[in-house]
Structures are given as structure tokens and as C-alpha cells.
Design a protein around this ligand. Structure first.
Ligand code: DGL
Length: 265
């Protein structure tokens, strides 16, 4: 198989939840990760702005000679997939179709950024694959700023989560899709607030599976060390590399080495 270099991007920490799933499944795949921390959050921005940013970050990944772009960000996936495909010049893998393929119940809740919810991309994708399903999308504007602030155990986060889950629970959803890559960091909190019967879908698991087509079948559990390695990954952010490295450590289980990459704005 030809050597691969995967290019991941997100507004900040969220895409690491996708990167981790990929490394857990495929082992030490060469990767470049760009966290656009100077412009986080994306999900509270206007569509034009999101499309302009997507063109810029994917253009940067193309200049790094990546062989596949992984859109580790639902907001750009929902609003600028065509922009990413136009800029990348290589295959682009996204989250939303992968998530829709994982849905197995009739009543589905989606937690996502305001921009993703306003685009209705999740609803359209789930309804196309599962006609007749009931899809309720809930915007969660407070989540990304609170997660990026670094305290995922804060009372503010718990209160916000309770408020965002209320309409989904009132609608008796059987599944909740985490429609923003930051939200898997909240799974322990969400699990406390949800009945056991409600399934949580992390689209990143589907993305890691989709990458089998590019990377080949996974090497098998015994071939991947139990703690995954970051040695094949290069991490860049557009602001505050030290803060990013510190906040990424609990999720990655090790402190990544992170460099500053200035992009135009
Ligand atoms: N993590 C990204 C997403 O999946 C972006 C969140 C944001 O910056 O608002 O939507």
C-alpha cells in the first residue's frame, strides 16, 4: 500500500477525539493535526466565515502533502464539505455520513454546535438513510467554550448539559449522536444524566472504520499497544501551543509536542 499521511483539522481539542479513535484502530499512522485555536469556536460563526476558514485550513493541509483529509470537525463538515473537497486535491473523509450509518433506532437526538444544527445536515443525512425516523437536533453553544477552557467537571458544564438534554429526553430519544467532536470529552457527564437505555453514538468510531479503505484493515488488537503512540503525529495550533498541549494531555494520556502555526485571518 502507498505510504499515507492523514491530515486532521478542527477548531481546537475536539478533533483529538477523532485522532484517538483512528490511532486506536490503526496503530501509529503518520498524521498532521491542525487545531485552529486562534478561531475557536467555529460553531458560533456565520456560514460564510466557516467556509472561508475551511478553505484556508484545508489549503494548509494540502501544502503539508497529506494523502487524505479527515474533517475532524462537524461544523465545517456540515457547511463546507464542498469547499474542503475543492481545496484538498486528495480524498476527504467526514463525520456526518459515518454517524448516520451508525444509527439503529427510530428516535434520534443530535447534540451539535449552533451552526451545524442550523444547517440541518445531520437531520438530512439520518433521514436519507433511515426514512421515517424522528430526528431532534439541539444546539449547544456553551459546550465548546467551556471544554476549551479546560474544566470538563465544572458546574457550568453540568447545568448546560442538563438544559440541552431536557428537550431530547422529553422527546423520548433512544439514541444521541455527538454531532461535535468536542462532545466525546463529555461522555462521562452525559452518561450520568441519561437513562442507561439511551445509546450514545460517537461518529469518530465510524470514521476510523471508513479509513480501513485507505489504510487497510486494522492490524488486530494484539498488534496495537494498549496505550496508543503519538510518535507518528505532528501537532500544530494557531494559538497557545502550551495551553493546547496541557489540555490535550488527559484525553491523549500523554503530553503531545505542539508547535505554533500562524495562518492568515
Ligand atoms: N469540534 C468542532 C465540531 O465538531 C468545532 C466546534 C466549534 O469550534 O464550535 O463542530
Amino acid at each position: 500500500m502507498t505510504p499515507q499521511l492523514l491530515g486532521f483539522f478542527d477548531s481546537g481539542l475536539g478533533g483529538l477525539t477523532v485522532l484517538r479513535r483512528v490511532l486506536e484502530r490503526h496503530g501509529a499512522v503518520p498524521c498532521v493535526y491542525l487545531g485552529d485555536t486562534a478561531r475557536v469556536p467555529y460553531g458560533n460563526r456565520q456560514p460564510d466565515d466557516i467556509r472561508r476558514i475551511a478553505a484556508e485550513v484545508v489549503g494548509w493541509l494540502r501544502d503539508q502533502h497529506v494523502t487524505t483529509v479527515v474533517m475532524a470537525c462537524n461544523t465545517t463538515n456540515a457547511l463546507a464539505r464542498d469547499v474542503a473537497e475543492g481545496q484538498a486535491g486528495v480524498p476527504v473523509i467526514g463525520l456526518i455520513g459515518a454517524a448516520a450509518a451508525m444509527v439503529e433506532t427510530h428516535r434520534v437526538g443530535v447534540l451539535a454546535t449552533p451552526a451545524t444544527v442550523a444547517s440541518s445536515a445531520y437531520r438530512a443525512s439520518i433521514e436519507a438513510l433511515h426514512p421515517g425516523s424522528v430526528v431532534i437536533e439541539q444546539a449547544c453553544p456553551a459546550f465548546v467554550p467551556l471544554i476549551e477552557a479546560g474544566d470538563i467537571n465544572s458546574e457550568d458544564l453540568r447545568r448546560s448539559a442538563q438544559a440541552y438534554l431536557e428537550p431530547l429526553l422529553a422527546a423520548s430519544v433512544e439514541t444521541i449522536v455527538l454531532g461535535c467532536t468536542h462532545y466525546p470529552l463529555l461522555v462521562p457527564l452525559l452518561r450520568q444524566l441519561l437513562p442507561e437505555s439511551v445509546q450514545i453514538i460517537d461518529p469518530a468510531i465510524g470514521v476510523a472504520r471508513q479509513l480501513d479503505a485507505v489504510l487497510g484493515p486494522p492490524p488486530g488488537i494484539s498488534a496495537i499497544p494498549s496505550s496508543f503512540s503519538l510518535e507518528s503525529c505532528r501537532f500544530c495550533v494557531t494559538a497557545d501551543p502550551d495551553g493546547f498541549a496541557m489540555r490535550a494531555t488527559p484525553w491523549l494520556g500523554q503530553r503531545p509536542s505542539v508547535s505554533l502555526q500562524l495562518l492568515q485571518d
